[in-house]
Design a protein around this ligand. Structure first.
Ligand code: GDP
Ligand code: MG
Length: 166
C-alpha cells in the first residue's frame, strides 16, 4: 500500500515532531519559531507492507502579507491531491481563532480528514473529551486520534489507521 498524507495545524502543535518520529529521519525543520518550515516538506515512511509520503503544510494559517497569501494557496491545492489530511491540534490549547482559519479551508477539502490531538503527555485525560466535543461540531472528521508525537503514545495506532485508509 502507498499514499500521500498531508499534515496541517497551527504553528508549534507538533507537525515536524510527528514527521520526524514516523519517517525516522530529521527532514522537517524543527523550530519553536512559527513559520520556519515554509516550504512543502516531505518525508517518506517505509515499512514491509507500505510506503506513506507525509507532506508538512505549514502554510495554512492566517497570512500576514502577500507572500502569506501565496503560501496558503499552495497549501490548499496540496490538500486536494493527497489521500488523507491530518489536522493536528495541541491538547493543551484548545480551540482558537487560528484553528477556525484552518477549518474554513478544510471545509473545501473532499479527502478524509483526521483530527489528531497531540501532546496528550501534557494534559490530564479528563480534558480530552470536552476538547473533542468542541472540534467535532466544527467539521466532520473521519476519526479523532489523540497522540504524543514526542513520546510516541498511540502513534502506531494512527499509522495503522492511515494504512487502512490507503
Ligand atoms: P510544528 O510547528 O507544528 O512543526 O511544531 P514542532 O514539531 O516544531 O513542535 C513545537 C514544540 O512542541 C517543540 O518544542 C516540540 O518538542 C514540542 N512537541 C511536539 N510534540 C509534542 C508532544 O507530543 N508532547 C510534548 N510535550 N511536546 C511536543
Ligand atoms: Mg514545523
Amino acid at each position: 500500500k502507498s499514499g500521500f498524507i498531508a499534515i496541517v495545524g497551527r504553528p508549534n502543535v507538533g507537525k515536524s515532531t510527528f514527521m520526524n518520529r514516523v519517517i525516522g529521519e530529521k527532514i522537517a525543520i524543527m523550530s519553536d519559531k512559527p513559520q520556519t518550515t515554509r516550504n512543502k516538506i516531505q518525508g517518506v515512511m517505509t515499512d514491509k507492507d507500505s510506503q506513506i509520503v507525509f507532506i508538512d503544510t505549514p502554510g495554512i494559517h492566517k497570512p500576514k502579507h502577500k507572500l502569506g497569501d501565496y503560501m496558503v494557496n499552495v497549501a490548499e491545492s496540496t490538500l486536494n491531491e493527497v489521500d488523507a489530511v491530518l489536522f493536528m491540534i495541541n491538547a493543551e490549547e484548545g480551540y482558537g481563532r487560528g484553528d477556525q482559519f484552518i477549518i474554513d479551508r478544510l471545509q473545501r477539502v473532499n479527502q478524509p480528514i483526521y483530527l489528531i490531538i497531540n501532546k496528550i503527555d501534557k494534559v490530564h485525560p479528563d480534558k480530552l473529551l470536552p476538547l473533542i466535543d468542541q472540534y467535532k461540531e466544527k467539521l466532520n472528521f473521519e476519526e479523532i486520534i489523540p497522540i504524543s508525537a514526542l513520546e510516541g503514545n498511540n502513534v502506531p495506532h494512527l499509522i495503522k489507521v492511515l494504512k487502512e485508509q490507503l
